[in-house]
Design a protein around this ligand. Sequence first.
Ligand SMILES: *Cc1c(COP(=O)(O)O)cnc(C)c1O
Length: 387
Amino acid sequence: MKLASRVGQVTPSLTLAIDSKAKAMKAQGIDVCSFSAGEPDFDTPQHVKEAAKLALDQGKTKYGPASGEPKLRAAIAKKLYEDNHLNYQAENIIVTNGGKHSLFNLMLALIEPGDEVIIPAPYWLSYPEMVKIASGTPVIVDTPEENQYKITPDQLRQAITPRTKLFVLNSPSNPTGIVYTPDEIRALAEVIVERDILVVSDEIYEKIVYDGAEHLSIGAVSEEAFKRTIISNGFAKAYSMTGWRVGYLAGPLELIKATITIQSHSTSNVCTFAQHGAIAALEGSQDCVQQMLAAFAKRRQYMLERISAIPNLSCPKPNGAFYVFIDISQTGMASIDFCKALLEEHQVAAVPGIAFGADRCIRLSYATDMTTIEKGLNRLDKFVRSL
Ligand SMILES: *Cc1c(COP(=O)(O)O)cnc(C)c1O
């Protein structure tokens, strides 16, 4: 069978090999400490579940508009105005099957052969693959640990060519956990406006910030920046709703309309009763978000203390999301070899940095309980000292 060439350009997830091995070991009864999770370990808040159950009981089980439930689109527009100072109408919003799907819809609606998309590395592993599926060209810009893995305005300016269409910004970042400061966001916005390119801001971790870090949405910097901004967000991380598959994209009307057309011929509407859960998440008390944040904050503190005491490991202090991105280059090992040995010899699962375009690093997620964290870090400490 001759598959479409677009498939050949896409890399199957490198992390999967380690992950499936960790799962197989667990199934055999081996005590694996896993730091590989990309999702909060908390249950979805009760009031969100109740809202979805009620929607089911009320028969909200039929097709809905491909663009999303009108009430949810309006609630998202209100949220974007109140939380992020972005002035969107409900019609500027499309509800998608998760934040990943919102980005995918965007790439399909915007990118064509010859178009370049600037992606700072380390990056979330789906960005370059989505660009390739849309027949565009990902332009990877390496950012050094010395600058906390943040792209500088000069780096961005230098990467821009006449073919540049889009810049992908992810703050707080997966995998580094780094949050750009408001001043840094403003400086990047200046380049966006000056060079007249578009920016998609993936704000899925906006609620998970520490030590007073402030999340500024790049679209809120100026009217000129707003015109060139597309916001991608979702419910998975802030409300521990990863399996619900609800996200959204907000942006210029013409673009959102195009994504709705694409969605109307692919997935149609997002699961109706899941959308009712999402409405409850936005309209209900935000205490659940704060409770999860408090738990993450404790774990983060512990993780950072322990990691800083391990020789040959270093990481910039993450002030967002729930990841620590550790430079292992002092050990002389490549990230896959490091993670493989760590798993096989010490039963600790971590994600190799090569999956995120940074082979010098590994990613540890602390979206897991304290007992696992303590035990796992004891093992990591022992492993690194044995090298
Ligand atoms: C988790 C994640 C998303 C979106 O996840 P969904 O489950 O599809 O909502 C988007 N971007 C980043 C960087 C993520 O880590």
